[in-house]
Design a protein around this ligand. Structure first.
Ligand SMILES: [Zn+2]
Length: 100
């Protein structure tokens, strides 16, 4: 199930843990949202693992140098845009929520 998706793997979970271990931070996309590393899922300032270079664009999924704290709206917005773009073009890739 979703074998090609790097999200949900042990390495990915570890990457999230490493990111949150660095503490609270602003969403890297510059939306101005201050994210709490310890906020529970569903919190408006819940921190997700964002990628400087998207995995879909060849960015490394689990390399810490490619990781940035990202808010849910930015993360999901980017995912939706990419999914839509894929629908218009190449084969679709299943896109799961990064924090499930
Ligand atoms: Zn954001």
């Amino acid at each position: 199930m979703a074998a090609k998706n790097p999200r949900g793997t042990r390495a990915y979970r570890q990457a999230v843990a490493n990111l949150k271990a660095k503490g609270d931070a602003y969403c890297w996309r510059g939306c101005g949202t201050w994210l709490y590393a310890n906020a529970p899922y569903g919190h408006p300032q819940f921190m997700t693992l964002g990628h400087l270079v998207a995995i879909e664009d060849g960015g490394h999924a689990t390399d810490p140098s490619n990781h940035r704290p990202e808010c849910v709206p930015c993360n999901m917005g980017d995912g939706a845009r990419r999914t839509n773009r894929k629908r218009n073009g190449q084969t679709t890739t299943s896109y799961r929520s990064p924090f499930l």
